[in-house]
Ligand binder design. Structure first.
Ligand SMILES: [Zn+2]
Length: 421
């Protein structure tokens, strides 16, 4: 009999099988507008989890579930000394979410492993597929909960106590669907972790690029800014006699945007999402204006400079009008740089497959932010239509899904064969 074994470099995933699984999963929690409603730890999430476990067991994987409901489907390696290469993402969604944000990463991992099975390819390191619990944070804050508990960033007690808008805790919800598993948290070491995800932004599509090699995730700082002036009557008080915090804010905003556009592009981001005045009366010059500030940058020195820019311009505008201000830090996340070993495995895989690549930073948070705390981590992006996600109209093509899964397969093969290099 002729040897029909293909070389590892010639392996390709089965795009039809991947697409069929994506379509089948999208039926669980399907919305009329073509998206999905599959909130974390809901009955719908439970159905998606059961389905995933069934799919994994059908291809011979052993599924274990940890105390926060993270699911790990394992394919053994041949070298007992090696730690597993983890592939995956999340199956929960936003309330009116798309069908690819999360599922693409989990189902492409399943497809990659099934491709290895089809061709009887063995790997020294085990490969595990993960479905992280509550990536979206839409029902229970914070987002990326399961991976955060896994990495030790969040405590299991805090996570279990998180409450949804109906007053249901994570502990109640996870027990209701039976997904509090016995697998210990924090005793699960990884050799490497890879996550395939849709870009959720427009860059790859605009550049006509097949694959995004994600170098890291930008850092974020959140503040509450308060500017205090003097509350007074809108009619009798001459403009020159006012200490109007909205006027202060106006000039501060002009100079801040001017500097951000001059000094911080293309990487810096500055957003004021919520602005309110006190006492919020039509015919009173406000005594106070408060606003949320969101700054983002891929580097800590960039975040420092953006924060300094906000403070300098607010201070200068306040000084001109004799107003007072303070800026309170609410939350911060540091920029993440993904591992060079994972980035080169991804780049080489994409090059070998003939796909065009672009290095870029992730603008949104992902579970990989947390796995990067405990293991060499890398992310692969594929373009999505018009850069839209967290939206029922979110969409990718068959070819984009196939390309991402092939890159995932080959990058995983490299990382699961560490002695080949
Ligand atoms: Zn996602």
């Amino acid at each position: 009999m002729p040897n029909t074994r293909v070389l590892n470099s010639e392996l390709r995933i089965n795009g039809d099988r991947l697409w069929a699984r994506l379509e089948e999963l999208a039926l669980i929690g399907a919305t009329p507008a073509g998206g999905v409603h599959r909130l974390a730890l809901s009955a719908t999430d439970s159905r998606a989890r059961d389905w995933f476990q069934g799919q994994a067991e059908q291809i011979g994987l052993v599924v274990s579930i940890d105390g926060i409901g993270n699911m790990f489907a394992r394919r053994e390696g041949t070298d007992a000394r090696l730690l597993p290469v983890l592939l995956g993402s999340h199956l929960d969604s936003q309330p009116t979410g798309g069908r690819f944000d999360g599922p693409l990463g989990v189902l492409a991992a399943l497809e990659a492993v099934e491709t290895l099975n089809d061709h009887e390819v063995i790997t020294p390191a085990p490969i595990e597929i993960v479905n992280w619990t509550n990536e979206e944070g839409a029902r229970f804050p914070p987002a990326m909960m399961g991976s955060g508990v896994f990495s030790g960033r969040f405590s299991i007690e805090d996570a279990m106590a998180s409450v949804d808008p109906d007053g249901i805790t994570v502990a109640d919800a996870i027990d209701e669907i039976g997904y509090r598993g016995p697998h210990p948290i924090g005793k699960h070491c990884l050799g490497a972790a890879l996550e395939l995800h849709i870009e959720q932004g427009p860059i790859l599509e605009e550049r006509g690029c097949d694959i995004g090699v994600v170098t890291g995730v930008q850092g974020t700082r959140w503040f509450d800014l308060t500017i205090r002036g003097e509350e007074t009557h809108a009619g009798p008080t001459p403009m020159a006699r006012r200490t109007d915090p909205v006027a202060v804010l106006g000039s501060a905003l002009v100079s801040m945007y001017h500097r951000v556009e001059g000094e911080f592009l293309p990487d810096g981001r500055l957003t004021f999402g919520v602005i309110s005045t006190k006492p919020a009366s039509r015919n009173t010059v406000p005594g106070e204006v408060t606003l949320t500030v969101d700054i983002r940058h891929p580097r800590n020195d960039g975040l420092d400079a953006l924060e300094a820019c906000v403070k300098e311009e607010v201070a200068a505008a306040c000084a001109l009008r004799n107003a007072k201000w303070d800026l309170k830090t609410v939350w911060a996340s540091v920029p993440i740089q993904f591992s060079d070993r994972c980035l080169s495995a991804i780049s080489e895989a994409a090059d070998g497959l003939g796909y065009s690549t672009l290095e870029l930073m992730a603008g949104a948070g992902h579970d990989s932010v947390h796995t990067a705390d405990v293991a060499p981590t890398g992310m692969i992006f594929v373009p999505c239509k018009n850069g839209v996600s967290h939206n029922e109209s979110e969409s990718i093509t068959f070819e984009q899904a196939e390309a991402g899964a092939n890159v995932l397969l080959h990058a995983a093969l490299t990382l699961a064969n560490p002695n080949d290099r």
